[in-house]
Design a protein around this ligand. Structure first.
Ligand code: PEP
Ligand code: MG
Length: 773
């Protein structure tokens, strides 16, 4: 970083006064620019005066401001020195000419003789042929170039580092002024404030299906810096120091929390801590203050530089670190301005799409669900809890969208296509119309499915299928009524644990489960005991840092090691079921001994309840999930001990194929509709049938019509599905002849194929099985 010289065109200050004089000249100009913002004049007049002022101060013959317009053009918005008639006429495409190159690369161009540069694009209407030296700097906002500021002189001279720095500081102030309005005539060029890069399509991973339209809301909003120029740099330096100290302390505090003891979260915070102590970062901000910026404008200036670098580096590790530094600058701005990074709920648009790096279930639930239409994440995976919550709430969601936060501006229109894992940004009327039609069509399909509500889930050959729901929250239970399903096949109790900031005690849990019983009424309700660990973490617990958490200390293993937690839950379940039936299901059981240990705890709680004079449940049904393959070979010992068995296909498949269920790279590697899975399930169905144990499936497989069709052909008669898929699954059931399909499946078990999905789809087509209305 460099000093400023007074008389930026090269007039040297008096010896001995140089430093103080330079700085005060720079500050004077910044102050005058800010004063101009308050003057009661039109935006164009303001801009004209501004370039005049900069030219005079820098002693340049030309000062021009180019602004990026909607179609990726840089338009001459104001000039001192070039022909006034060229204003709003001269336009350069991004990448074209020197100005376009500055915008494309986000870099400064400083030339003694611009006209001999191969990129020089001569525009006769400007009359610039007489100017030789050229200095252009990008105007950057939100990590994107929004315009270019240029000074030119007739003489062939080289602009000094000090002059470059000075113009960059002015460009910083300029960018913030454009962003806060009043500098660009919005009535004339409404789209321009957002520095629109035109429509864009971004790809990601499909997490929750569905289609949505809405305005972008960034989970962490950008803090607008309104105070740009300071009277007293020393005071600003003190403010910066205090904010950095506050920031360091807050990062240290976060690092002490037990839940960040291990894992990815800790790595991010460690990176934050490293940057919070980085001398270079601090020095850059301090130097920006010395040129006249406020502490917050200095932070923003350095942040914009970081963002530009981020846009141009390819190395993912470096990009990630720059993103950390960017996030840290936001936190520093919180300390300086006292503003929050969270969107004000009152200001949320009526239909919005939330954009975030990552999101916890609790954070998602904080947003008004009547207005939230969809979610775009830079991270995220299929089994992350936020995905399960979004699915339960039927909010379309796409994850792993690279650079989403850098590319999407608050207020951008987003068309989210959750079916194909893509979003269209600022797509224009045609795409919006197509999406609106698709949303309408989905609604119509929903209405058509709703007409099936009263009709039984019976196949054409008379087989009655039990159709149950998967639920995670009390609000999900209302869908029992709207979908006309037979009961709750899986109540994931851990969600209620995850959205709290402390472990719910026996009273809180009893209340919760009692409400669940009340909402479900006489229909069956299967409570699955706590299934945490792996990717499901509790904010108030520290989980071990495991190499392979999906196969780690989770679910049953965890609560058997900490029996007090399971006992508390079982006690609450027993209490809530007084005078009612109680169905309890244990997750991730790998062998009979685990089931027995859990069952003993349940029996102890039942005995305790009776001793205390409580009414016992009217009936008790106890079962397990089949998620760990080893349990299959323990079925002879297990089946006589249980009342029901439910296939947790999400986990079961990842263990069968040794294939992480959350890894997008493996999504198409194996197929659940493949000979090994079908053979395994056929055998399982047969064993349960012989033992008289009810077999159901509650993994996602059951919620997809084609997979559900195969399951019926295999003999599964109880499906537990997500509410949004009840209609499609029921339509499939009502158009299927199960016996015929069972015969057809006989041909598939021994095939060497990777998948029999195509064959089953053809079967459905040929036999009129409805996979979609
Ligand atoms: C499963 O694994 O299939 C299942 C239903 O449990 P979860 O998705 O909650 O792990
Ligand atoms: Mg599971």
């Amino acid at each position: 970083m460099t000093q400023l010289t007074t008389g930026w065109g090269g007039i040297p200050p008096a010896p001995g006064e140089r430093r103080g004089g330079e700085l005060s000249a720079a500050r004077r100009l910044l102050r005058r620019l800010v004063q101009l913002m308050a003057a009661p004049i039109s935006p164009q007049e303001r801009l004209d005066r501004m370039v005049g002022m900069i030219a005079a101060d820098i002693v340049a013959e030309v000062c021009s401001a180019y602004v990026l317009t909607g179609g990726d053009y840089l338009e001459l918005y104001a000039t001192e020195g070039l022909r006034p008639s060229a204003v709003h006429q001269t336009r350069l495409r991004v990448g074209e000419g020197l100005v376009g190159r500055i915008a494309a690369q986000g870099a400064v161009i400083n030339l003694t003789d611009a006209q001999s540069h191969p990129d020089f694009a001569y525009r006769p209407e400007t009359g610039e042929e007489i100017y030789h030296s050229f200095l252009g700097v990008p105007i950057v906002h939100g990590g994107r170039v929004t315009g270019v500021l240029v000074v030119q002189n007739r003489a062939r001279r080289h602009y000094s580092d000090e002059e470059v720095e000075a113009l960059q500081i002015i460009a910083t102030v300029f960018a913030e002024m454009v962003a806060s309005g009043g500098l660009i005539d919005e009535a004339r060029f409404p789209a321009e404030r957002r520095a629109v890069s035109g429509p864009e399509r971004l790809e990601g991973l499909r997490l929750v299906e569905g289609v949505a339209l809405g305005q972008a809301v960034l989970h962490q909003i950008r803090i607008e810096v309104t105070r740009l120029v300071a009277e007293d740099p020393d005071e600003e330096a003190v403010r910066l120091e205090a904010a950095i100290a506050g920031l360091r302390a807050s990062v240290d505090r976060l690092l002490l929390l037990p839940e960040v003891a291990n894992g990815e979260h800790r790595e991010v915070l460690e990176a934050y801590r490293m940057f919070a102590h980085d001398a270079g970062w601090r020095r850059n901000m301090r130097e920006a203050i010395r040129t006249g910026l406020t502490a917050e404008a200095a932070v923003r200036r350095v942040q914009e530089e970081t963002r530009l670098r981020m846009a141009h580096v390819a190395d993912p590790y470096l990009k990630e670190r720059l993103a950390d530094l960017d996030a840290l600058a936001d936190r520093l701005l919180v300390h300086l301005t006292g503003r929050s990074l969270l969107a004000d709920p009152a200001l949320l648009p009526s239909e919005f799409i939330l954009v975030a790096r990552s999101l916890s279930p609790a954070e998602l639930l904080e947003y008004d669900r009547t207005r939230l239409r969809g979610v775009v994440l830079e991270e995220g995976s299929l089994t992350a809890h936020v995905t399960i919550v979004a699915k339960a709430l039927d909010i379309p969601m796409i994850g792993r969208v690279q650079g989403a936060l850098a590319k999407i501006e608050p207020g951008d229109r987003i068309a989210l296509d959750g079916e194909h894992g893509q979003i269209f940004l600022r797509a224009g009327d045609d795409v919006e119309l197509a999406f609106a039609r698709s949303i309408e069509a989905r609604e119509a399909r929903r209405r058509a499915y709703a007409t099936l509500r009263e009709l039984p889930a019976v196949t054409l050959d008379g087989i009655r299928v039990s159709l149950h729901l998967n639920a995670a929250f009390l609000i999900d239970l209302a869908a029992l009524e709207t979908t006309g399903t037979d009961g709750i096949g899986l109540y994931r109790t851990e969600l209620a644990f995850m959205v709290r900031d402390q472990l719910p005690d026996v009273h809180v849990q009893t209340e919760l489960y009692t409400k669940a019983h009340e909402l479900v009424g006489d229909k069956p309700l299967v409570f699955r005991t706590l299934d945490v660990g792996s990717d499901k973490h509790l904010p108030y617990w520290s989980f071990p840092d495991e190499h392979n958490p999906a196969m780690g200390w989770r679910a049953m293993r965890m609560v058997l090691d900490r029996p007090a937690i399971l006992r508390t839950q079982l006690r609450a379940l027993v209490r809530s079921a007084q005078g009612r039936p109680l169905d309890v299901m244990f997750p991730m059981v790998a062998e009979v001994a685990e089931f027995e240990a859990a069952r003993r705890l349940l029996d102890m709680e039942l005995e305790r309840a009776v001793k205390q004079g409580q009414k016992p449940p009217t009936t008790l049904r106890v079962g397990t999930m089949l998620e760990v393959p080893s349990l299959f070979w323990h079925l002879p010992a297990l089946l006589p001990r249980i009342d029901f068995l439910s296939i947790g296909s999400n986990d079961l498949m990842q263990f069968m194929f040794a294939c992480d269920r959350g890894n997008p790279a493996l999504i198409d590697r194996y197929d659940v509709l493949s000979p090994p899975v079908l053979s395994f399930l056929r055998e399982l169905v047969e064993r349960c049938r012989r033992a008289g144990v009810t077999l159901s499936i509650c993994g996602e497989m059951a919620s997809r019509p084609l997979e559900a069709m195969a399951l019926l052909g295999l003999g599964v008669r109880r499906l537990s599905v997500v509410a949004a898929e009840v209609g499609p699954v029921k339509a499939m059931i009502r158009s299927l002849r199960c016996g015929e399909l069972a015969q057809y499946l006989e041909h598939l078990y021994d095939l060497p194929d990777h998948s029999v999905r195509g064959r089953l789809r053809h079967y459905a087509l040929d036999h009129g099985v409805q996979l979609h209305i």
